[in-house]
Ligand binder design. Structure first.
Ligand SMILES: Nc1ncnc2c1ncn2[C@@H]1O[C@H](COP(=O)(O)OP(=O)(O)O)[C@@H](O)[C@H]1O
Ligand SMILES: O=P(O)(O)OC[C@H]1O[C@](O)(COP(=O)(O)O)[C@@H](O)[C@@H]1O
Ligand SMILES: [Mg+2]
Length: 468
């Protein structure tokens, strides 16, 4: 362990601040349903005479605790309040949809992410083999595929068609960013007799799913919509991890190892690695913990100054004086306060802020800072960019993708709608989409993850001049 930072961390669960969760009630976690489930699940028929029937099926009122600690339990007892809980995912004995004449659609939106094809494969296989739904279509290029003018031809999805797709990164359906007309998307669903829509995407896709669902409801249609949480950024609230995130930081880790080799190869060598992470620094933090040669992790959640006695450059100089090399991992959304031109904020087609290049700014500022002081230093800048998200899923993510997909299928078959499948306290959950998208999950700077980063790097808690 390097020099430890002298501060404690308060109790916090994942990115969710205590204050945020305290403002919520169990109603915020109630998943909507299309109606009564009257059909016996073919899964139940298959397993009812086996010991599996005992453990496999989940009741609608089975819940998972948000806070599994004794302190949390005692607090509820003392205050006489119900603990916050999430609906447990899994197959139901009775389902809403009967397989005959039921058609499903799958769409993948937003940035690419490892595991999308695994999810498509598992949704198709789950529907086809477990619930006998054989009519499944893939909507190409994200929500664009629901607008006829784009002319994207739908793809029939069968187990045969998807059997090998988990071998590849990307999405066999393609993806897109950009808002589409909601009424027209629902017209398309209605016209094509789609009864269930699986949206594979991040916070934007899920928000899109929710407004589609609102329009479905307005029209009194019985179409179920389920989200499957895709994003390397891991920024979806109340979900321990999104799929693809683990592969992304696993792919970043050896790049950091190589950067360390570069840094140590020169006297006062500095290697900067920039990783994706638009507004949350989970990839940077976890990749640095996986490869603990890192000396500084810079994330969007923790603003820092470049100059001044407590600024990043002075800390970096201290580190070089002591160790003669340094590795800096920076998330793309970090340090945006350091750019002078913050008036012309550029946005992508979906409205996400396109950040300015913090990696280049660091490289130039570090080089100039040391040159001006005649302090010998060599700076190497590495930007793996899209490579960390275009890989196929690692084994752990592949398993995770299949389980998320299968649970989305179970939820939809049971008539649940406007929900996203989550993972919390080792259980799969169903979450209402508006709750999951109410804010983006961020690193809690008073939580254990950030504390581990500080312990491993030895960097100061704050590199802001006025705060130290
Ligand atoms: N509030 C919203 N209403 C309708 N569509 C939305 C909304 N937010 C995002 N979308 C759409 O969802 C899709 C994916 O969103 P985006 O932010 O690009 O990626 P991600 O889902 O990975 O966060 C885009 O087509 C975007 O326009
Ligand atoms: O593909 P683009 O539009 O360049 O997007 C890059 C962004 O996509 C991401 O990889 C993932 O973002 P989403 O999950 O919101 O799609 C971010 O880390 C990055 O900022
Ligand atoms: Mg997003």
């Amino acid at each position: 362990m390097k020099d430890s930072n002298n501060f404690g961390f308060k109790y916090s669960i994942e990115g969710n601040k205590q204050t945020e969760i305290e403002a919520m009630t169990n109603q915020d976690f109630e998943v909507k349903s299309l109606g009564e489930c009257t059909v016996t699940s073919p899964l139940y028929t298959a397993y009812k005479n086996t010991p599996m029937a005992e453990g496999l099926f989940v009741d609608n009122d089975d819940r998972i605790l948000y806070d599994p600690t004794l302190e949390g339990f005692k607090k509820c007892l003392k205050e006489g309040t119900d603990p916050i809980t999430f609906e447990k995912a899994g197959p139901r004995e009775k389902i809403f949809f009967s397989p005959s004449n039921t058609k499903a659609a799958i769409v993948t939106c937003g940035g690419l992410c490892p595991g999308i094809n695994n999810v498509i494969r598992s949704v198709v296989n789950g529907l086809y083999y477990r619930y006998n739904i054989k009519n499944i279509v893939g909507i190409p290029y994200g929500y664009e595929g629901l607008i006829p003018e784009f002319g994207h031809e739908w793809v029939d999805l069968t187990p045969e068609k998807v059997k090998d797709i988990h071998m590849f990164g990307g999405s066999i359906l393609g993806s897109s960013r950009g808002r589409q007309n909601i009424e027209r998307m629902v017209d398309t669903l209605e016209r094509n007799n789609i009864k269930m829509l699986f949206t594979i995407g991040g916070d934007g896709t899920l928000s899109g799913n929710h407004v589609i669902q609102e329009e479905i409801e307005r029209r009194g249609l019985k179409i179920a919509t389920a989200g499957i949480p895709k994003t390397i950024d891991n920024d979806v609230n109340f979900i321990h991890k999104t799929f693809g995130f683990e592969t992304a930081f696993t792919t970043a880790a050896p790049i950091i190892r190589d950067a360390h080799n570069e840094a140590t190869g020169a006297y006062n060598g500095v290697a900067i690695v920039k990783v994706m992470g638009r507004d949350s620094g989970f990839i940077a933090a976890n990749a640095a913990l996986a490869m603990p040669d890192v000396n500084f992790v810079l994330v969007p959640e923790s603003e820092f100054d470049l100059y001044g006695p407590n600024g990043f450059l002075e800390s970096l100089k201290d580190r070089l004086v002591k160790g003669h090399h340094a590795v800096v991992v920076v998330a793309e959304g970090a340090g945006q306060n350091l750019f002078e031109d913050d008036q012309n904020v550029e946005k992508d087609a979906s409205g996400n802020i396109k950040h300015q290049d913090i990696g280049l700014l660091l490289k130039d500022s570090i080089s100039k800072f040391f040159k001006d002081q005649n302090f010998e230093a060599t700076v190497k800048y590495i930007d793996p960019s899209y490579i960390i998200r275009s890989e196929p899923a690692i084994a752990a993510d592949s398993i995770f993708c299949s389980s998320l997909a299968m649970n989305a299928v179970h939820g939809v078959m049971a008539g649940k709608t406007d929900f996203v499948v989550g993972r919390w306290n080792m259980h799969f959950t169903f979450l209402p989409i508006p709750t999951a998208t109410s804010s983006r999950k961020k690193i809690d700077l008073s939580g254990e993850l950030w504390w581990s980063v500080l312990e491993n790097t030895g960097q100061p808690y704050s590199m802001k001049n006025e705060e130290k």
